[in-house]
Design a protein around this ligand. Structure first.
Ligand code: UDP
Length: 322
């Protein structure tokens, strides 16, 4: 079996490539390296390029027979999408549509898409299952939802079969310490909270303490990057066996506030985090917690890692650079 992994040099994509290679699946990585990191073990499979480069894609798809596309490439920061919506609509929708269209033209009709909990907006109930209405409150969520719509239409018109995986908060690192989160600049809570424990000049700003949550800070559902990768493996297997197109919500089903995360970070590192309090960050809903029973029941997905393991693995990765 052979798959094209777009964004395979990025955070979740690089863990996915490692996992696919462990299953002896042939991999080609397409990554423009705008946010990716060259990984020596993966460099043999890497083609530098963008998902809107139709000529390059046609070359890739005609040089070998691909069974599926796993599409991670895209822009991922909610806060950036508030100030630069054009970047999100282009990278996450327009460029993804070019990829989907070219894959279909070249006869590659299985597609696994990295979607997000941000498609739901401010939830009207918790935990969020797949029947929850989609009403995004930022361009990040909108741009991802637009590709979900395109996938549905492409199925009817062109016979594409797809799985859309709505990640809640991806976190953690490879348990063997080979891979981890390396965003530049880093905007995510767990790596920033870890850095705030050992670097006196890296205060963590808590964005908002007046949310309608028990401690006033936002609640999120953190899910280990390797558990997300297992969900992709199960989804790939499902599509290869002829399974139907599906959307699945991926989280542990446990909500943790920003203050819960800081407490766990302090327990894991044995050090106090330097924090300060700031206003709400535009675009942040107060609570996002997943109901993942659909993928557990239909594909047998069982996340292995709890919050302590997520933060311990992220800490081990962070320590490599200290
Ligand atoms: N957050 C925070 N300070 C930071 C970064 C994040 O208080 O420096 C909060 C943010 O408002 C959100 C939660 O932590 O409620 C998770 O944010 P992150 O950026 O990690 O992921 P997101 O939920 O935006 O995908």
């Amino acid at each position: 079996m052979r798959v094209l992994v777009t964004g395979g040099a990025g955070y979740i994509g690089s863990h996915m490539v490692k996992r696919l290679l462990q299953s002896n699946i042939d991999v080609t990585i397409l990554d423009d390296m705008s946010a990716g990191v060259v990984n020596e073990q993966h460099s043999a499979f890497l083609i530098r390029g963008r998902t809107d480069d139709v000529l390059l894609l046609k070359k890739i798809f005609t040089m070998a027979r691909y069974d599926a596309v796993i599409h991670f490439a895209g822009s991922t920061s909610v806060s950036e999408s508030v100030v630069s919506p054009e970047k999100y609509f282009y990278n996450n929708f327009t460029a993804s549509l070019a990829l989907l269209n070219t894959a279909v033209e070249c006869g590659v009709k299985k597609f696994i898409f990295s979607s997000t909990a941000a498609i739901f907006g401010s939830p009207i109930y918790i935990p969020i299952n797949e029947s929850h209405p989609s009403s995004p409150i930022n361009a990040y969520g909108e741009s991802k939802l637009m590709l979900e719509w395109a996938l549905k239409r492409f199925e009817v018109a062109h016979g594409v079969r797809w799985v859309s995986l709505r990640y809640f908060n991806a976190a953690g690192a490879d348990p063997q310490g080979e891979l981890g989160e390396q965003h530049e600049p880093e905007t995510h809570l767990i790596p920033l909270a870890l850095r705030a424990t050992y670097s006196a000049d890296q205060n963590l700003t808590i964005y908002g303490t007046d949310y309608d949550t028990p401690d006033g800070t936002c609640i999120r559902d953190y899910v280990h990057v390797c558990d997300l990768c297992e969900a992709h493996i199960l989804s790939l297997d499902h599509l290869i066996r002829g399974g139907s197109s599906q959307s699945y919500n991926l989280g542990n089903g446990e909500g943790y506030s920003v203050l819960d995360i800081i407490r766990t970070v302090e327990n894991v590192t044995g050090q106090l985090a330097h924090v300060k309090y700031g206003p709400r960050r535009p675009g942040d809903p107060s609570r996002l917690v997943a109901d993942s029973s659909k993928i557990r029941e239909e594909l047998g997905w069982k996340p292995l890692y709890d919050l302590d393991a997520i933060i311990s693995h992220a800490w081990a990765w962070e320590c490599r650079g200290i």
